[in-house]
Write a protein that binds this ligand. Structure first.
Ligand code: NAP
Length: 210
């Protein structure tokens, strides 16, 4: 398939690119700084773009079969709209170019998965450190859910840089109210690619944990 990937210079995005190429997909990675992406492969096209600047991303959608987003940032303590605005721009460009399939990472703990990252996140990390970030992620999910796209939202547990394991839990009800579950970025990328042509989680937000 022809895949457009956002967040490819990040840890999960890089896994998406590496695994996607290994599976034979043709990948276009839209990144702010192409020099950061040190992957050379004839099936990888790197385009400089910023999701907050619609004109920098729009032309990349032409002829794509699907878009995948692993966007994120570390500006936790500032009230930002990077994820919701960036995703709004992605959705608009998809509509303009007739690209329907969209798989986007958010997080367990958002919207109807509230409290599912365990007590530590529920009582400390989310209200104190990630408050604004989660607010933005919640808006990001709403924008996706209100779209006419063939969307799937992937809500990981706490991310690790562990190895790819192809056996993991996924579903609407996964997560834990007390314990903080984990999942490797490699496994999240694997799950996203596995779902490209599946309608099992079409129009659904799905959790993923070890
Ligand atoms: N950490 C956890 O435990 C955890 C748990 C659940 C869910 N998540 C979520 O999982 C997702 C992936 O996490 P990660 O750690 O792999 O992310 P990451 O390493 O922080 O990567 C984020 C990516 O987003 C890109 N990006 C940010 N703003 C952009 C913009 N305006 N235009 C284009 N690209 C932009 C970054 O580009 P640059 O390289 O240019 O900055 C980077 O490639 C995030 O949404 C995160 O919140 C994390």
């Amino acid at each position: 398939m022809k895949l457009l990937i956002f967040g490819g210079t990040g840890k999960t995005g890089r896994e998406l690119i590496k695994q996607g190429l290994a599976q034979g997909h043709q990948i276009t990675a839209v990144v702010r700084n192409p020099k950061k992406l040190k992957i050379n492969n004839p099936n990888l096209r790197i385009v400089k773009g910023d999701v907050l600047l619609p004109e920098s991303i729009e032309s990349s959608f032409q002829g794509q079969d699907a878009a995948l987003s692993a966007l994120g940032h570390k500006r936790f303590f500032i009230k930002t709209t990077i994820l919701s605005r960036g995703t709004k721009n992605i959705i608009s460009a998809m509509n303009k170019n007739g690209v329907k399939r969209f798989i986007c990472i958010t997080s367990l703990g958002i919207n109807d998965s509230r409290f599912k990252l365990g007590l530590y996140y529920t009582l400390f990390t989310i209200p104190i450190i990630l408050f604004f970030y989660f607010l933005d992620k919640s808006k990001q999910e709403k924008r996706i859910m209100e779209s006419d796209l063939d969307w799937t939202i992937v809500r990981p547990a706490q991310l690790t840089n562990g190895k790819l394991r192809t056996s993991y839990r996924h579903g609407i009800k996964v997560g834990h109210y007390v314990l903080t579950k984990m999942i490797s970025r490699a496994s999240v990328a694997h799950f996203m690619l596995e779902n490209l042509e599946s309608d099992r989680y079409l129009h659904k937000a799905v959790g993923i944990t070890n």
